[in-house]
Structure formats: C-alpha cells, structure tokens
Design a protein around this ligand. Structure first.
Ligand code: GDD
Ligand code: MN
Length: 391
C-alpha cells in the first residue's frame, strides 16, 4: 500500500480506538496487533495510544513499532506522548481530541478488555440504534476472571455508590470498555478526575440511547494495575462533584399532603439515625478510640449526631446539593439553633403540663416530645431549607 493510501485511510477512519497506557511495555504491541486482527473487515479504523511518558518506555516501543510496521488495510495506528502521568480520564480525552472517527471506542491496553468484543460493540451501536454501548461485567452473561475477592467487593461497592448516589441506571457504570458516537460528548464539561470517564458521561449527558452487552473481564497477566489509594480517593472526589452537578430528579408528586408527609418521614428517620450516631460516637470516646471523661464524650456524641442529622436532612430530606460555604454554615447554624430550641420547648412544656395542668409525667412527656419534634421539622423546612411549610 502506498503512503498516499495510508493518508487517505487515516482521513477516513470511521472508528477511533483510544488506548491509554502507563507502563504497558509488555502488552501494548500485542494489543495493537490483536485489535487489528479482530477488526471487522468492512470498516476503517485507527488506534490511538495515549502514553504518559511511561518509565518502562512504552511510548518508545510504540514509536519503534510504528516505524517498521507494514500498514494493515483499513487500520492505522498513532501515538500521543504526554509528558507525565495525568490520569486515565484525561488521557482518554486527549486521545479523543486527536481522533478522526465518528465512533469512539475506549479500552485498556492490558488484555482485560478482549479485542474480540470490538466488532460486537460496533455492531450493537447500529443494531440497537443507540449512541453508547457499554461492555458490561454486571449483566447476565458478563463476568470477571482472576480478581481477588477484595477487588471484586471494591468494584461492587463503587458501582453501588454510583447507582444509589448518582441515580445511574446502567449496570456497569464503572466499565472502562465502551463505544459511542462522538456527538455524545457535545456540551459535556469534563472534570476528568481519576478513572471514571464513563460515569461522568452517564451523569452529565441525558437523553442518549444506551445499551449494555456482556463480556468477560480477564485480569491482566503481565504488568500491574495502576489502581491505588489515590484512584479510590479520586473516585470519591469525582462522585462528589457529579453529585453536586446532578439536579435532583424527584418525581414531582402533585399532592402536597404526600410531599409533606414523605419529607416529614425522612426527617424523623434521620432523627432516629441520630440516636444511633450519638450512642456509638459517645461510646467510642470513652474507651474506644480514646478515653475521655464521659461528659466530654457525650458532648462529642451530641455534636456528631447534630452534624450527621444536618447533612442527611440537607441532602436526603430536602434534596439540597448547594454546598457553598456561606450557605452551608448559615443552614447549619439555624439547624443547631432549632434543635436546641426543640430541647428547650420540651423542658418548658413538660414542666407546665405536669405542674399547671396536672398531667401525668409520661403523657406530658409524649406531648412535649411530639410538639418539639413537629416544631423542629416545620421550622427547619421553612427557615433552614427555605421551603413552603405545606407541600
Ligand atoms: N495514559 C495513561 N495515564 N494511562 C493510564 C493511566 C494514566 O494515568 N492510568 C492507567 N492507565 C492505563 C493502563 O495502562 C491500562 O491500559 C488502563 O489505563 C487501565 O489501567 P489498569 O491499571 O489496568 O486498571 P484496572 O485494570 O485496575 O481497572 C480497569 O478496570 C476497571 C473496572 O473496575 C479499568 O478498565 C478501569 O477503567 C475500570 O473501571
Ligand atoms: Mn487492568
């Protein structure tokens, strides 16, 4: 094939396969070859390796290989050299920027993502008329080979956080193996922290058609995973960012009474959880993690439970995701004030009911607790979280 033809193929590439590498000297050439062998014959494709100046010379090895390799019909290869290790997500974005195809495939370079699945990914985009196809370990037919129990649990846990915390419906939002039409990225402003570029797409893009197809993830045979503790904290950071990004998608319940009651029941569930927090934290500080005087421990328990109550009510009961410092501190101040006020109301009421109205103490207590709790909810709803009382 002439060089000119090679150029034409590059221009025409329909599918761009993005392959980030960091210290993959023993995998990269093998994976490039294997991708070439597995590509469907009727398409033109380019592989773009994105290397972050790997100390094991992955980048140079690819350069050498590309100098000598005989171009394969319909398949070109390219490499981007970045100067330092800047994270998987941002490497993928660099690759996409360089890409020419209107279909993008993202995959690892360590054979965990079998190149045999590539044709299925491409076919599925057409067959199911969708914009994004995810190779999934967590739908029926999919699985993971060779992972330790610990890694499996971590993965499941991360997936659970994404589903429950971010409302993602996909079964494997942590997948690193997926294909999509380039237009999917339009309008997304990426944070690109850490590993989870797919999750970012899933949260930030709505209205696209998504399909998952099963595959078996094979743990890498050579080299080691780059996933470490900082990847895990990056994950939590990015979930937090995505969480704040998301607009609460509450099914708008029309009946005010139902809205009121469901918020009230969340508010009191949180209140109950506060007892647990209070108890556990107090006990931890008398003899658990430290040995404080029991009154100090109790105080810490109270502060801890007010704080968890506040955060849970803010995020869960009232769906408030605005965590700007000023707003949050102001709300916290009001919340603490109303909580203390509740205690005071309770004391005064018990006193009056027993002393003036001669009620028995148990009945007086129930009445006082109920009024304080009710007042607490209404005041926080109206003044702390600025909602109408009814509704
Ligand atoms: N350029 C670049 N820069 N590449 C990186 C970087 C980086 O900072 N970090 C990792 N890579 C490359 C690796 O060389 C490999 O090709 C791929 O990204 C995945 O890294 P691994 O270290 O092998 O990740 P893993 O196997 O632990 O995790 C995989 O499975 C997860 C599923 O739970 C990845 O596919 C994850 O994306 C996936 O979520
Ligand atoms: Mn891997």
């Amino acid at each position: 094939m002439s060089a000119a033809e090679g150029v034409i193929l590059r221009e025409n590439a329909q599918v761009s396969i993005i392959i980030p590498t960091y210290n993959e000297s023993r995998n990269i050439i093998g994976i490039l070859k294997s991708i070439g062998e597995n590509l469907p014959k009727n398409i033109t494709a380019e592989a773009i390796v994105v290397d972050d100046n790997s100390p094991d010379s992955t980048g140079k090895i690819v350069d050498e290989y590309l100098k000598n390799v005989k171009k394969i019909a319909g398949y070109t290869m390219d490499v981007i050299h970045r100067t330092s290790k800047n994270g998987l997500s941002s490497a993928i974005l660099s690759g996409i920027q360089r890409s020419r195809g209107d279909t993008i495939i993202v995959m690892d370079s360590d054979f965990s993502h079998p190149p045999q699945i590539i044709p299925k990914l491409i076919e599925s985009l057409k067959k199911y008329q969708c914009d994004l196809v995810i190779a999934s370990r967590y739908i029926s037919g999919g699985k993971i080979n060779g992972w330790t129990l610990k890694r499996k649990i971590m993965s499941k846990f991360a997936t659970l956080i994404a589903k429950k915390g971010l409302g993602v419906k996909t079964k494997d939002p942590m997948s690193g193996f997926f294909a999509f039409k380039k237009h999917v990225l339009k309008g997304i402003n990426f944070d690109a922290i850490g590993y989870k570029i797919l999750l970012e797409i899933l949260v930030k893009k709505s209205g696209i058609a998504i399909k998952e197809i099963p595959y078996t993830f094979e743990n890498r045979r050579v080299g080691s995973s780059k996933l470490d503790i900082s990847t895990a904290t990056d994950y939590l950071k990015s979930v937090w960012k995505l969480y704040k990004f998301g607009k609460p998608k509450e099914r708008e319940e029309k009946r005010s009474s139902v809205r009121f009651l469901s918020k009230a029941s969340r508010f009191y569930t949180v209140g109950l959880s506060g007892f647990g927090v209070n108890y556990i934290i107090s006990l931890l500080f008398v003899g658990g993690i430290s040995d404080l005087w029991y009154l100090h421990a109790t105080l810490i328990g109270i502060i801890a439970s007010i704080t968890t109550n506040f955060l849970l009510n803010k995020t869960w009961t009232f769906h408030d995701r605005d965590f700007s410092k000023k707003r949050t501190f102001k709300q916290y101040g009001k919340f603490v004030t109303f909580s203390s006020l509740g205690g005071l109301v309770q004391l005064v009421m018990v006193f009056y009911l027993v002393d003036e109205y001669q009620l028995s103490y148990p009945i007086a207590l129930v009445l006082a607790v109920l009024s304080a709790a009710f007042g607490n909810f209404v005041l926080n709803k109206k003044y702390t979280f600025k909602e109408k009382v009814w509704g």
